[in-house]
Design a protein around this ligand. Structure first.
Ligand code: SAM
Length: 372
């Protein structure tokens, strides 16, 4: 006997989210836990419509340069955490980074994202000098930083040096959950403070979470949605948590504690759609972690996480532009993809895979714009 589920209330929630841009916490929760593929299909369709209306079929590309694997932090989930003695440590020189940008520019990239472990404060001058060098050599390009928590005045100096976007995931808005993912010396309060400073400084600011991180519950994700709804970041990064063999979370399965085993790709996709409907102008990447956990096939015949994310409302991809000799060293989680369509030199493969889902690479800086 088949059990008939009444899903009409869920369709009404999707319509409300589409028209009002927000729901009550219970409404978000209901959409997150719902594994009915027809309801999810409608949610993605609404988000896709909104994306196409605002951005057309273009997908922005950002060249990701993994600046350094040296990190002063000890986040329990991360492969480059300070206490991982097995991690390979490197730091690219200014000339290495400029060379990456030159290669990226030739390939058509007009945004460079400098990401890395959290370097000591004594590196601030070096970072500032690198930002100035990039922005003076590539004045028509945007520079995004993702270098963790820094001093308030450093954020201001880096902005003056030409960086106009900053990605800093809050990771979780729940203080208890935060304390389970991070060492004692790190605090959610400080992370949120950094996000406020970034916004006030004038950066296009990105935040986000890992989906399915250890100890996470649906209620935690609802708290994240409410926080992001209030902060209104210009960029929202969502990727599944993937364990790393040399971290304390090596044995955690990706999933929520109140719904194991979970379809984490499906949950991430529903979350992307929710954010697209809440903050329709946001820049939302289909992340490397999503492409890693669901690679699909090379020809795009079986869609992977990247395509799933885009079909759910993502409009950005960030291929890896780091020199190939250091890519293995930036090991945040096991199996992290950094070749094929996840690599800058694989842009042809990316283009083909996007074509299969009716999209194309958009060659422009892709700044955040209010389009309403
Ligand atoms: N240090 C900077 C920071 O903290 O924002 C940037 C680098 S940090 C490694 C970039 C992001 O990687 C983090 O915000 C986190 O969400 C993600 N990350 C780290 N470990 C991960 C894991 N095991 N699975 C999935 N994502 C992970």
């Amino acid at each position: 006997m088949t059990v008939q589920k009444d899903t009409s209330g869920l369709y009404r929630l999707i319509d409300r989210l589409y028209s009002d841009r927000r729901l009550e916490p219970d409404g978000y929760r209901a959409l997150l836990v719902c594994d009915d593929h027809k309801v999810a299909g409608r949610l993605h369709e609404a988000a896709r419509e909104e994306t196409l209306k605002r951005f057309g079929t273009g997908i922005y590309i950002r060249g990701l340069i993994e600046f350094s694997s040296i990190c002063r932090n000890d986040c329990l989930y991360c492969g480059i955490r300070r206490s991982n003695r097995k991690a390979e440590r490197y730091c690219l020189s200014k000339e290495d980074i400029l060379e990456c940008c030159r290669q990226g520019y030739r390939l058509g990239f007009r945004t460079f994202v400098l990401q890395g472990g959290e370097l000591p404060d004594t590196s601030d001058m070096l970072i500032e000098d690198i930002c100035s060098a990039i922005t003076s050599e590539f004045p028509d390009c945007a520079l995004t930083l993702s270098l963790g928590e820094r001093r308030d005045e450093t954020y201001v100096r880096l902005f003056k040096a030409g960086a106009t976007r900053y990605l800093l995931r809050h990771e979780t808005r729940n203080p208890v959950h935060y304390s389970l993912l991070h060492p004692k010396e790190m605090s959610l309060e400080h992370r949120l403070h950094c996000l406020d400073v970034l916004k006030r400084t004038g950066y296009q600011t990105g935040t986000g979470i890992m989906v399915g991180s250890p100890f996470q519950t649906y209620d935690n994700i609802v708290e994240d949605i409410l926080y992001i709804g209030d902060l209104k970041p210009e960029m929202i990064g969502l990727g599944p948590f993937i364990p790393h063999r040399d971290t304390p979370f090596r044995n955690y399965r990706t999933g929520l504690v109140d719904s194991l085993p979970a379809d984490i790709v499906g949950l991430t996709a529903r979350l992307i759609s929710i954010f697209r409907l809440m903050l329709p102008d946001a820049l939302i990447p289909a992340t490397t972690a999503l492409a890693t956990i669901a690679p699909g096939d090379k020809n795009g015949t079986t869609p992977g996480g990247r395509e799933t994310g885009i079909m759910a409302g993502a409009n950005v991809v960030m291929p890896n532009l780091s020199p190939s000799r250091v890519r293995q060293g930036y090991s945040l989680y096991d199996g992290k993809a950094s070749s094929g369509a996840e690599a800058a030199e694989g842009i042809g493969e990316l283009e083909k895979r996007l074509e299969k889902i009716g999209r194309h690479i958009e060659i422009s800086r892709g700044d955040f714009l209010h389009r309403e």
